[in-house]
Write a protein that binds this ligand. Structure first.
Ligand SMILES: [Zn+2]
Ligand SMILES: [Zn+2]
Length: 378
């Protein structure tokens, strides 16, 4: 099911812990805080919560979508005064089944939101927005860091390739509807008022197809696999959803297309890790290198850099190589490469090495490294 189904069931304001009147800034702030807190990298097992937070922000973080969401919730609340989860609501214990065609105006709006399915049984067929579509995209670690323009393949409803969505057979075009003269609605005088209804002949489109396209039987829509080009910005995270506006399922009756949501899956790297916009790397050094200081050549995603390890660097110390993380983009500055120095301890020593370490030990016996713990050198 597409995202909008959730709109009636989920209170996104609640998910982000903000009020219905929160400003865009407050919403973004709440989202950033929660996304950090529940990021699956930091919190294994929090994937579902993270997804829920992302889904809420996808809607509330986009002023146009937020308005649409508020409207759907407002209409939904009117139709189901008991709330959506209660008896009579969606999937309520009373067993009431939600039927788009029962709801009149609300049904029209919801029919457009939900797309597909219920559409065929609707009484009136004005323009309808296409369904939102989800797909997954697997990226290499490098592509996720640098950003990439690539293509995803989406299976399902697409604009008919034979008639380009018009529904008319090749060589013909839709003509003005004779019943409503292209207005899409009929006005019937009712005393002082006139009642406007959607034209049944053209379903509100204002045009009719005389000879339907043989591929799509006049619907303008066909099931096939289509390719959608997507531009992935630098620094996407695993499980992040990217919205590609207007590239979901096509609308009906001149309705707009839905959106495509690309869920990104990021592969691992054999050397580097990611922490937000920073890359991480662990570099083993010997005790002598850490104690005396040294200069190392360390890899980055783009060639190597020289890194000075100061004398007396403790194991676990992190050194920063500026600007070697996720590249800068827009208002986001470049991330850094965080190099963690780890003193390597040999598992086995030759006889000579052992003698040397023992002599070092005697030499360093005067250093009181554990004094603050009350533990001493035996
Ligand atoms: Zn067609
Ligand atoms: Zn008509």
């Amino acid at each position: 099911m597409v995202a909008q189904r959730e709109w009636l069931e989920k209170d996104y304001y609640d998910v982000l812990g903000v009020s219905r009147t929160a400003s865009d800034k407050e919403i973004t702030r709440a989202y950033r805080k929660l996304a950090k807190q529940y990021h699956p990298d930091a919190n294994p097992g929090s994937e579902d919560r993270f997804k829920e937070i992302s889904a809420a922000y996808d809607v509330l973080g986009d002023p146009a979508k937020r308005k649409e969401y508020d409207e759907v919730r407002r209409l939904g609340a009117g139709a189901f005064p008991g709330g959506f989860g209660g008896p009579g609501g969606f999937g309520g214990p009373g067993g009431a089944t939600f039927r788009v065609e029962d709801l009149g105006d609300l049904g029209d709006i919801l029919g457009g939101m939900f797309g597909g399915g219920g559409g065929r049984t609707r009484r009136a067929g004005g323009p309808r927005r296409g369904a939102d579509v989800e797909t997954e995209l697997h990226l290499s670690f490098e592509d996720a860091v640098r950003g990439v323009t690539t293509a995803v393949h989406v299976a399902g409803e697409a604009r008919c390739e034979t008639c380009h969505g018009s529904g008319a057979a090749p060589g013909t075009s839709p003509v003005t509807c004779p019943r409503c003269n292209g207005r899409g609605h009929l006005d019937e005088p009712q005393g002082l008022f006139s009642l406007s209804t959607i034209c049944p002949q053209c379903s509100g489109r204002g045009t009719v197809v005389e000879k339907p396209c043989p591929t799509c039987k006049g619907s303008g829509v066909q099931k096939r696999v289509r390719e959608v080009k997507v531009r992935i910005p630098p620094g996407v995270e695993d499980a992040q959803r990217i919205r590609v506006k207007g590239r979901g399922a096509p609308g009906r009756g001149n309705g707009p297309s839905g959106d495509l949501y690309v869920q990104v899956r990021v592969g691992k790297h054999k050397l580097f890790g990611r922490r937000g916009r920073n890359l991480t790397l662990t570099v083993p050094v010997t005790f002598a290198e850490a104690a005396l200081g040294t200069t190392l050549t360390v890899p980055t995603l783009d060639g190597t850099v020289t890194l000075k390890i100061p004398a007396g660097t403790p194991s676990g110390q992190t050194l920063r190589v500026k600007g070697r993380g996720v590249p800068a983009q827009g208002r986001n500055p470049a991330g850094d490469l965080l190099v963690t120095v780890e003193v390597a301890v040999p598992k086995k020593l030759t006889k000579e090495q052992r003698t040397a370490v023992e002599s070092l030990d005697r030499e360093l016996a005067g250093l009181d490294v554990r004094g603050h713990l009350g533990a001493s050198h035996e």
